[in-house]
Design a protein around this ligand. Structure first.
Ligand code: URA
Length: 237
């Protein structure tokens, strides 16, 4: 998802279809405000959530949306799908169509994985949560077909080589909760990563549920399929 920032003079020039010289004059005449403050600097950087007003006319006023959803098994992490219900379908009725159309999914889960999904229209926020350099941890509850042993802990911590992508997974934390239940913390999100890591032990994953992304934990009051808007503190986490 591209991060939409631009210079104020370029934004006004493109929006109003006027040249930069004319924009400079308009700014010098103090006819433009950004987020409620008079803007005179042609090089001021604005983004998709900057409120931009010229001569009392709103040029841009977009609201940022941050949503957490308890994704059920069988729902696909896509905006559209021919076969399955999508995470966006679960939000219909709670948000208007324009908002729904603006959302993207922050780090996907497989069709048969449940738990925390974040959706937003703020690409800078989602970048921070998904870009590899930020190493944001994701915590999963994993139920296995066969009992796990301490060997798994070492193998997950060491990383596993996958020849198909020619990658070694980053150190992951595995905690044994009970013989058939573990908690796994990843700082990356490779294709079917958890299932493939347990696959090394020929131990099929029976159920997979994501509890948290970074400091954001799935609200326990949300039943499967339910969602809510994040509060201000959660957005800043
Ligand atoms: N690992 C998986 O195998 N599936 C997911 O959905 C998430 C992590």
């Amino acid at each position: 998802m591209a991060i939409c920032t631009t210079r104020l003079d370029r934004f006004i020039s493109e929006f109003c279809q006027i040249n930069r010289k004319a924009v400079r004059l308009i700014l010098a005449q103090k006819r433009v405000s950004v987020d409620g403050n008079i803007a005179t600097d042609i090089a001021q950087i604005v983004d998709q959530f900057s409120s931009i007003v010229m001569d009392d006319k709103i040029l841009q006023q977009n609201k940022a949306h941050y949503i957490m959803l308890n994704k059920p098994v069988g729902v696909v992490c896509a905006t559209k799908d021919e076969k399955h219900k999508t995470v966006i379908d679960l939000l219909v009725g709670q948000f208007d169509q324009e908002t729904l159309d603006s959302l993207h999914i922050v780090g996907r889960l497989d069709l048969n994985t449940s738990g925390l999904i974040l959706l937003t229209n703020d690409s800078r926020w989602s970048e921070r949560l998904t870009s590899p350099e930020h190493k944001v941890s994701k915590c999963y509850q994993v139920t296995l077909k066969n009992p796990v042993t301490d060997e798994y802990i070492t193998a997950f911590a060491q990383g596993m080589y996958f020849s198909y992508e020619n990658i070694t997974t980053k150190p992951a934390v595995l905690r044994i909760i009970s013989p058939f239940e573990t908690e796994v913390i990843l700082i990356e999100g490779r294709y079917h990563q958890i299932k493939r890591m347990f696959g090394r032990f020929r131990n099929p994953v029976v159920a997979l549920h994501r509890d948290s992304i970074g400091q954001l934990t799935l609200d326990k009051s949300l039943s499967s399929g339910e969602s809510r808007v994040l509060n201000a503190a959660e957005v800043l986490m």
